[in-house]
Design a protein around this ligand. Structure first.
Ligand SMILES: N[C@H](CCC[C@H](N)C(=O)O)C(=O)O
Length: 301
């Protein structure tokens, strides 16, 4: 029987990006893709991303995060989810267990690198998402492109493409940003999976439609790798700001408006780190029913 059976979870969201937080510190092995899909498949614990909190590995950090998408795939970064983890570790008695290094700040390890989180208010946090990766082989892409601000990729008729010439950025996970006038004018539910799974992206990609409204305002819709259409995507907001600044469409700081609300993103000059500030919301907490995992284990063989 899965050791997730009877495990407590927190159902949260970051601007409507559905997040489940599970505290696995104390030695529990990593969640399998099949277990993650089982949790996502059950209404109450349905998620866009699952944030698993593990014991820290690097001295001086508070915890190590593993991040899972709805389809059980792993992601290197999850900005909205990282804010939810910070709230849980500071506020939820059963999760925090007094492991905070310093009031109001946390250092979390992720596959994308070190994430420093600073509390801004009861439900507001800033995550230092680290520096963007901008070389073609860091995104990664399947072939070299010298200028990742505009790569050759299009969808639709060759002589009249529906979407074309995106910018690409990695925040520890791959993002393609298409520049459009009106993000709502596109059938992203149909175009998203075509682009997510395009062979130019050997690790697939998160697909964003971005409209630049002013030097410090971007409107964004996102089709997420392994999760589909979501109400918000923090790492996509970071990627879009970096790409817009590189194309001189905005400055190095902007408000990014997603279907679920606004994030404030800043690409810091001195160290190139990207800072994302936004809210969290606790929806409920629950316990994972053992029956969830019997089918998953049968499927995993
Ligand atoms: N929603 C998350 C991003 C998840 C990215 C994931 N879909 C992937 O890269 O596979 C966020 O707030 O940053």
């Amino acid at each position: 029987m899965s050791t997730l059976a009877d495990r407590r979870y927190l159902k949260m969201n970051g601007l409507g990006n559905e997040i489940v937080v599970i505290d696995l510190r104390g030695g529990r092995a990593e969640i399998s893709p099949a277990e993650a899909r089982a949790v996502a498949g059950q209404g109450e614990s349905r998620f866009d991303q699952l944030m698993a909190i593990h014991d820290p590995v690097t001295a001086g950090t508070d915890a190590r995060l593993l991040i899972y998408n709805t389809d059980g795939s792993r992601s290197g970064a999850c900005g909205n989810g990282t804010r939810c983890v910070a709230w849980a570790m500071m506020e939820d008695a059963a999760v925090s267990r007094g492991t905070i290094r310093a009031e109001g700040t946390l250092a979390l390890e992720s596959e994308a690198g070190l994430l420093e989180v600073t509390r801004r208010g009861p439900l507001s946090f800033t995550v230092d998402m680290g520096p963007p990766r901008l070389r073609w082989d860091e995104i990664p892409l399947a072939e070299p492109f010298a200028d990742t601000r505009a790569i050759e990729l299009q969808v639709g008729p060759i002589d009249d493409p529906v979407l074309h010439t995106p910018s690409v950025v990695s925040m520890g996970n791959p993002h393609a940003i298409f520049w459009v006038e009106d993000p709502d004018a596109y059938d992203l539910a149909r175009l998203g999976p075509m682009l997510e799974n395009h062979p130019i992206f050997p690790e697939r990609a998160n697909i964003s439609l971005a409209a630049v409204r002013s030097r410090d305002h971007i409107v964004l819709r996102v089709w997420e790798r392994g999760a589909g259409l979501t109400r918000a995507c923090g790492s996509a907001a970071c990627a879009a700001l970096v790409a817009a600044a590189r194309k001189r469409l905005t400055g190095r700081e902007a408000t990014v408006t997603l279907p679920g609300g606004d994030l404030r993103i800043a690409w810091r000059e001195e160290d190139g780190h990207v800072l994302m500030t936004g809210p969290v919301e606790l929806e409920h907490d629950g316990v994972l029913a053992p029956a969830l995992f019997s089918a998953a284990e049968a499927a995993a063989g």
